[in-house]
Design a protein around this ligand. Sequence first.
Ligand code: 16G
Length: 243
Amino acid sequence: MFKVDKDSLLPIYYQIEEGLKELIAREELKAGDIVPSERELAERYNVSRMTVRQAINNLVNDGYLVRQRGKGTFVANSKIEQGLQGLTSFSEDMRARGMNPSSKLLEFNLIQAPVTIASKLAINEGEFICEIKRVRLADDIPMAYERLYISRKLVPDLTEEIVSSSMYEYIENTLNINIVKGEQTLEASIARKNEAAILQINEGAPVLLIERTSYMDNQKPLEFVQSVYRGDRYKFKIEMERR
Ligand code: 16G
């Protein structure tokens, strides 16, 4: 285990927190391992259970540990770190990590574009678009829930089978459309009831809301995509250069 120094200026809860983080970093505690109970830790370090609880709460809030009611506290799965440079597809991202990407198609609708979506796609309100709702999985674990909108004119032959696999592959290799750039926003949110069920997380769990518009080489929008990513599985990384 780790040491707690009662003469240190560092608060005890903080030392316990850092000690547990170190065990996780050294893989002495691995994803899925049970963490010693509050009582055990309190006895081992001769500190109050309140102190231990504070350390554990912080680690749960920061996503290092997860509580399972009636079972105990466990080490969380490490998050997928996703770079934000380069316009890549979900399938490419997962394959680059040695994971197997897949999609579960929930809905495939032909609808008339409401004004909000029409303006994102730079088309007229009421034009036909495909609305595709799918769960994106990596090694069969649901990672994100995507709602994708694309003008029907661009993909008149799009089928359920195609959208169950890689959209970018179809657009680039079958339709020979060049995807040249994208714009993306990222914001914090919490899982709504239907999203929680789809992503197999609790309602109210933290998620990342991502919106992407990608463009073709004629500078026109290709797709508008709203995605909900699991906050416990994903973190995004931006590399920055000063000036
Ligand atoms: C990513 C994109 C999405 C794109 C999809 C294509 C984000 C937030 N979204 O999920 O815009 O449609 O990749 O993936 O990254 P596919 O080629 O595997 O279907």
